[in-house]
Design a protein around this ligand. Structure first.
Ligand code: G3P
Length: 220
């Protein structure tokens, strides 16, 4: 499963990239707004930090405008994937962008038929938002399992990005469900690495190392 980081914060992206654990980045208008930086400058900086798919959302409402905006976004960097909302005008735009070989991430997906239509329109990626489904009392991960099954039934190549991830269990379940990608907020990503027995083990080894006699009082 590919791991994307779901943030527009450069420090977080750089930290995760330095650890070698991320394959790409996803952003959205909410995440971009938090950074309080000029939009183009920010996206360029993200693209310079990670050499992988960088999802950037188009905010236009009508097909022609979405296509125009997507083409401008795609010019920023070869890795830019244009996020398009799962609405009628968005799907029309995805069809055109697919023909023009511009990568798309169809976002705000909350149902299997929506995911099927995204694939039919030619989406490179589809982003089902599982956390937001959990928030309203649905089992978000069921959607991932169902989309996986439907896509596999027909050999559909649109990649499933599990989005709106809230905790490590979501990541484990996404991988078990066979999702192609999971886009994970920085805090959750860091929590994936942590285990109390690791911390206890490191502390114990360091304490025991102090007891080992060393030549000239230091080093090995
Ligand atoms: O980037 C899309 C998605 O991951 C947003 O998640 O937490 O706002 O529901 P959230």
């Amino acid at each position: 499963m590919k791991i994307f980081i779901d943030t527009a914060n450069i420090a977080q992206i750089r930290d995760a990239a330095d650890m070698g654990i991320i394959d790409g980045v996803t952003t959205n208008p909410t995440l971009v707004a938090r950074e309080n930086k000029p939009f183009l400058e920010l996206i360029k900086e993200i693209c310079e930090t990670v050499d992988g798919p960088i999802s950037v959302e188009a905010v236009s409402q009508h097909c022609d405008e979405i296509v125009k905006e997507a083409k401008q976004l795609a010019k920023i960097n070869k890795n830019v994937v244009v996020k398009v909302p799962l609405v009628k005008e968005g799907l029309k735009a995805v069809r055109i962008l697919n023909k023009d070989k511009i990568l798309t991430n169809v976002t705000l997906c909350f149902s299997v038929p929506q995911a099927l239509l995204a694939a039919k329109a030619g989406a490179t990626y589809v982003s089902p938002f599982i956390g937001r489904l959990d928030d309203i009392g649905h089992v978000g991960m069921d959607l991932i399992r169902d989309i996986r099954k439907v896509y596999d039934n027909y050999g559909i190549r649109t990649q499933i990005i599990v989005a709106s991830i809230r905790n490590p269990l979501h990541v484990i379940e996404a991988a078990k469900a066979g999702a192609d990608c999971a886009t994970i907020p920085y805090d959750v990503l860091m929590n994936l690495m942590k285990h109390p027995l690791t911390d206890i083990g490191v502390e114990r080894f360091l304490n025991d190392w102090k007891k080992v006699p060393k030549p000239h009082g230091r080093g090995r």
